[in-house]
Design a protein around this ligand. Structure first.
Ligand code: NOJ
Length: 730
C-alpha cells in the first residue's frame, strides 16, 4: 500500500467518531419488513424450528419489503451490505453513503457468488471434477464480470472446506475430499474473481471460507463441532486456505463451527496467530451470518456484549448481520473493557480494502447497458456449457453411450424436465428462464422423444411407462436430489436414493430396454443398486443453466467425457466418512474377521476418488521414478488405446511407507490433463518437491523422514502403477 493511501486512511480514522468507526464494521443484510416483526434470521429460525411452516415462510417473504436502514446509513452506521444484487439498488444506497453521510465513505457490497452469478455454472463439487485450474479461473472471471456489473464488490467464495463426509450438505460447495485439489481450486477462483488489479471495475474481492475445517463437522451434521488433532488440521485442512491466501485473497470468513471447543469466530489462535502472524494475511475478516451472536449459543460467552468483546479481540473485523458490534462496542470501549486501538485496526483494514477496490474514486456501478443486465451473454452461455460438459462424470457404460441420433428415446423423471432444479444450491442470482433442462434442450435441438415424469402422486406410473417404453430404443432416467437437498443446512442421515426412485429404476430395467441413468445431485450418493443394475450412468450433478445442452453433448458424444470424481461414492451411508487418503490401521480391512471393516458393506467404495470413464480407453505403462537434487521426477507412458480422441486426467499419488506417525495410504501430489488421439502415446512427467513429502511429527515439527516412498500413477486412485524408492533427502 502506498504511503499516501496509508496517510489517507489514518487521516480518515482521525476524523471519525466512535460511532462512525463501528459503522464501518457493520455489514447489514437488508432486513425484510412489513409482513412481520422479526428479523429475517429469526424468521428463518422459526421455520427451521417448525414454529411456522415453509409455506407460511414463503408467504411472509413474498409480502415483505426490504428495509435498508437508510437512516443508519446516512448517520455513518453501516459500512457494508450483504445480499444487494442489483446495480440500481446498490447505486441508490451508495449515493446516500457518499453524498449524505458526514464522511462520505463508500459502501462495500458483498454477495454469495458461488458458482456464477446470473450465468450459473455447475456447483463447485461438479466443477472440481474437471481437475482444471485454468477453467476454474475462467469461470470465476466470468462470474466477477457479471456480478460487478450488478454492483457487487466482494464474493463470499471460494469455499475450500475439505469435505470427506457425504452426509454434509455443503459438500456441494467445495472441491471435494482432497487437500491439494481444494487448494488449487480455491487459488484459481481467487485469481479469477480478483483479476489482475482489484481496482478494475470488473474485479471483486474473494472472501475465502469457512476458516477453518468447517467440512469436518462431527457426523456430517451442519454447524457441528470439529474436534481434530493439530497435526491433521495442519496437514489436511489448513493448506487449502493457505493456498488461497497465497493467491492473494483479500478477505476471510471464519467458520460457524467450534474448533476443539473454541468457536472459530472467537478463535484468536486461528484468526491472529495462524492467519495474520504466521501467514501474513493483511485483508479483512468477515464473520459468518449472525455468527458473533451465536457464540452465546456455543456457551463460550454469557451474552451478546461478551460476544462482541471476544470477537473483536480474536480478530473479526466485520460483523455480518448480527448487530452485536453496533450494539456493544461503543459501551465496551468507553468502559475501558476493550482498547479502541483494536477497533481502529479493524477499521483500517476495511478502509484499506475499499481503497484497493477503487471505491473512493469509483463508488458507483456505471453500467447502464440494459441489455447486459437482462440477457446472458452468448459467450457466457458457451462457457457455461463447456464447463458443464467438463464436470460430468461418466460412471458406467456398457457399450450404450454415446447414443446415435437414429435411436428412439424415452425420458423419465421429473428432474429431466425441471429447469429451476438445474442450478443447484446457492444460485441466488439465477433466473429460471435462463436454464435449459434436458427436455427443453432436446426440444430445442429437434430430438424427438417421449417424456413422462415416471412418478405421479408418489407412485410409479407403470402403465404410462410401459406404453412410452414400448416404442423406444433407449431409456433415459433422470434421478437424484432436488437442489434444496444439498448446500447449507442440508445434511442427511441417509444419502441413498428415495425408495420410489429405485422402484422406478427397477421397473425400467425390467422392461429390458437399455437404460441410461442421469444423476442430479449435490453430494456423493449411495447408489449400489443403480451402479450394479443400470448399464450406463452419467453423473451430471447440478450442472447450471446449460444443463440440458451439456448432457446431450455427452450422451450423443459431441463431447467425450473426461471428468473424474473428487469425492468417493460409498455403498452405504454408514461408511461415511469414506475417503481415499485415510491412514492405515493396525488391522487393515480384509477378508478375515478381525480387520477394520463393516460386516454389512464391501470394503471398497462403489466409485473411488479420481474415477471417471471416457468413450475411449487409456493404458498406462513404464513408470519411472528418479530423484535429482530436491525433486522426485516421475515419468509414465499414457496411451489412448481406444478408438476416439479423448482427455485423460493423469493422477500421481504417494505413500510414505514408514514414518513415526501413520501416513495416508495414498495422497494426491500432482495431476495433469492430456488430450490424446486414438493410438497416440505420450510420456508424461511429474515433479514432486521433497518439501511436499514431509509431515508434522510427534512434536509438531514438519519433518522429511528418510525411508521408502511408493509413488502411484494412474487414471484414478484405485487403479495405478506403482514404484517404491528410497529417499534420503540428501
Ligand atoms: C451463511 C453461510 O455459511 C456462508 O457461506 C454465506 O456466505 C453467508 N451465510 C452469507 O450469505
Amino acid at each position: 500500500m502506498m504511503d499516501v493511501q496509508v496517510q489517507k486512511i489514518d487521516a480518515l480514522i482521525g476524523e471519525m467518531t466512535l460511532e462512525e468507526k463501528i459503522g464501518q464494521l457493520q455489514q447489514c443484510g437488508p432486513s425484510l419488513v412489513g409482513a412481520f416483526e422479526v428479523s429475517f434470521e429469526e424468521l428463518l429460525d422459526m421455520m427451521f424450528d417448525g414454529r411456522i411452516s415453509q409455506e407460511e415462510f414463503g408467504r411472509l417473504m413474498s409480502t415483505a419489503e426490504k428495509d435498508f436502514h437508510e437512516d443508519n446509513l446516512r448517520a455513518g452506521k453501516i459500512g457494508s451490505y450483504n445480499g444487494v444484487g442489483d446495480a440500481l439498488t446498490a447505486n441508490r444506497l451508495q449515493k446516500i453513503a457518499v453524498e449524505e453521510s458526514r464522511l462520505g465513505i463508500p459502501l462495500l457490497f458483498g454477495y454469495d457468488v458461488i458458482h456464477g452469478f446470473r450465468t450459473v455454472t455447475p456447483i463447485p463439487l461438479a466443477e472440481s471434477c474437471a481437475w482444471d485450474p485454468e477453467l476454474w479461473q475462467r469461470t470465476a472471471r466470468m462470474a466477477a464480470e457479471e456480478a460487478t456489473a450488478a454492483g457487487i464488490h466482494m464474493t463470499f467464495a471460494p469455499m475450500v472446506d475439505v469435505a470427506k463426509d457425504a452426509r454434509w450438505g455443503r459438500v456441494s460447495e467445495g472441491a471435494g475430499e482432497d487437500t491439494l485439489l481444494n487448494g488449487d481450486y480455491g487459488a484459481a477462483k481467487v485469481r479469477g474473481f480478483q483479476g489482475e488489479d482489484l481496482s478494475q471495475a470488473d474485479a471483486m474481492a474473494a472472501c475465502l471460507k469457512h476458516f477453518a475445517a468447517y467440512g469436518a463437522g462431527e457426523a456430517g451434521k451442519d454447524y457441528n463441532r470439529v474436534d481434530m488433532s493439530e497435526q491433521r488440521l495442519w496437514e489436511e485442512y489448513l493448506p487449502a486456505y493457505k493456498a488461497c491466501i497465497d493467491a492473494g485473497a483479500r478477505a476471510v470468513m471464519p467458520a460457524f463451527n467450534d474448533l476443539n471447543g473454541v468457536p472459530c469466530t472467537v478463535n484468536e489462535w486461528l484468526l491472529r496467530d495462524v492467519l495474520r502472524d504466521e501467514w501474513g494475511f493483511d485483508g479483512i475478516t468477515v464473520s459468518d451470518a449472525n455468527a458473533i451472536a451465536e457464540c452465546v449459543n456455543h456457551g463460550v460467552v454469557a451474552d451478546r456484549q461478551a460476544a462482541a468483546k471476544e470477537a473483536l479481540r480474536a480478530g473479526i473485523d466485520m460483523d455480518m448481520t448480527s448487530n452485536v458490534y453496533a450494539e456493544n462496542l461503543a459501551g465496551l470501549i468507553e468502559a475501558g473493557e476493550i482498547a479502541e486501538e483494536l477497533l481502529d485496526q479493524a477499521v483500517y483494514r476495511i478502509l484499506k480494502l475499499k481503497i484497493e477496490l477503487g471505491l473512493f474514486e469509483n463508488p458507483y456501478q456505471t453500467n447502464e447497458d440494459k441489455e447486459k443486465r437482462t440477457l446472458v451473454k452468448r459467450e457466457y452461455r458457451a462457457l457455461a456449457r463447456e464447463v458443464a460438459t467438463k464436470s460430468m462424470v461418466l460412471l458406467k457404460n456398457e457399450s450404450i453411450l454415446p447414443l446415435n441420433p437414429q435411436q428412439k428415446i424415452a425420458v423419465f423423471g421429473a428432474l429431466a424436465n425441471d429447469p429451476g432444479q438445474m442450478t443447484g444450491a446457492w444460485a441466488i442470482g439465477a433466473q429460471e428462464n435462463d436454464c435449459f433442462s434436458l427436455a427443453q434442450a432436446m426440444d430445442a435441438q429437434g430430438i424427438r422423444y417421449a417424456y413422462h415424469p415416471g412418478i405421479v402422486d408418489g407412485s410409479v406410473a407403470t402403465d404410462e411407462i410401459e406404453k412410452a417404453v414400448a416404442s423406444a430404443d433407449v431409456v433415459i432416467l433422470a434421478i437424484g436430489e432436488q437442489k434444496e437437498e444439498s448446500g447449507e443446512a442440508a445434511s442427511k442421515a441417509d444419502i441413498s436414493l428415495p425408495a420410489i426412485q429405485l422402484e422406478l429404476a427397477e421397473m425400467l430395467i425390467q422392461t429390458g430396454k437399455p437404460v441410461v441413468a442421469v444423476l442430479f445431485n449435490g453430494r456423493p450418493l449411495a447408489i449400489p443398486t443403480v451402479a450394479e443394475q443400470v448399464p450406463a450412468i452419467l453423473e451430471a450433478w447440478h450442472p447450471g443453466i446449460e444443463a440440458g445442452n451439456a448432457i446431450l453433448d455427452i450422451l450423443y458424444g459431441v463431447v467425450n467425457p473426461s471428468a473424474k470424481l473428487t469425492t468417493t461414492f460409498p455403498f452405504a451411508t454408514g461408511q461415511c466418512p469414506l475417503y481415499y487418503d485415510h491412514i492405515s490401521t493396525g488391522r487393515p480391512g480384509g477378508k478375515s474377521k478381525f480387520t477394520s471393516k463393516y460386516l454389512d458393506t464391501p470394503l471398497e467404495p462403489v466409485y473411488p476418488f479420481g474415477y471417471g470413464l471416457s468413450y475411449t480407453t487409456f493404458s498406462y505403462s513404464d513408470l519411472q521414478v528418479e530423484t535429482t537434487d530436491d525433486v522426485v521426477r516421475l515419468a509414465v507412458t499414457v496411451t489412448n488405446s481406444g478408438a476416439r480422441a479423448g482427455e485423460e486426467i493423469v493422477q500421481c499419488y504417494v505413500q510414505d511407507k514408514v514414518a513415526k506417525r501413520a501416513r495416508p495410504v495414498k495422497q494426491l501430489k500432482a495431476y495433469k490433463k492430456v488430450l490424446l488421439q486414438p493410438g497416440e502415446s505420450i510420456t508424461m512427467g511429474f515433479a514432486v518437491l521433497f518439501e511436499k513429502l514431509g509431515y508434522y511429527d510427534r512434536k509438531m515439527d514438519y519433518t522429511l523422514e528418510v525411508g521408502a516412498f511408493t509413488f502411484f500413477v494412474g487414471g484414478n486412485s484405485r487403479d495405478t502403477l506403482s514404484e517404491t524408492t528410497y529417499l534420503s533427502f540428501g
